[in-house]
Design a protein. Structure first.
Length: 163
């Protein structure tokens, strides 16, 4: 049996070449969030994000512009007592957006600017994830991470790798 408080959505993480995120605010609401919306019973999450971005932002997105980022769970921003099963996609190369349909406002903001806006819980989570990824040291190509368990790393005298 399906939980009536569960809302299945597809959400589009749209970031421009300058690192600004596209966030939208729906009419009659205060929270900014990713473009996207409810997945219809007869469509896949990928099809839903393509449809929703087109409806909400008046742009045509090709399937090759869409990359799956996984599923997230979060509280619903506009439906008290409900929670989201969000299928999140990066949507590349989006330009020339126009707020249409139920969208009252579409804004391009840096993560720092976004932090000053009222944000949906899913958006807060996605921005935190992006910040953590940006802060993580980039792996050096051709080198593997070094650990004290690595037999190729000199160990202090009197110890053996793995001990």
């Amino acid at each position: 049996m399906t939980d009536p408080r569960l809302i299945r959505i597809a959400a589009a993480v749209i970031v421009d070449p300058h690192g600004r995120w596209l966030l939208v605010r729906k009419r009659g609401t205060t929270a900014f969030m990713q473009a996207g919306g409810k997945i219809e019973p007869d469509e896949t999450p990928r099809d839903a994000v393509l449809r929703e971005v087109g409806e909400e932002l008046a742009v045509v997105v090709q399937p090759e512009q869409v990359r799956a980022l996984g599923r997230r769970d979060a509280a619903a921003a506009n439906e008290p007592g409900h929670h989201l099963e969000a299928h999140v996609f990066a949507v590349d190369g989006v330009t020339g957006v126009v707020a249409t349909a139920e969208i009252a406002e579409a804004v391009w903001v840096t993560p720092a600017e976004a932090a000053r806006l009222p944000l949906a819980p899913l958006t807060v989570d996605l921005l935190r994830e992006a910040e953590a990824e940006a802060a993580a040291p980039a792996p050096v190509e051709g080198r593997r991470p070094v650990s004290s368990q690595d037999p190729d790393v000199p160990q202090p005298s009197g110890t053996e790798p793995g001990r």
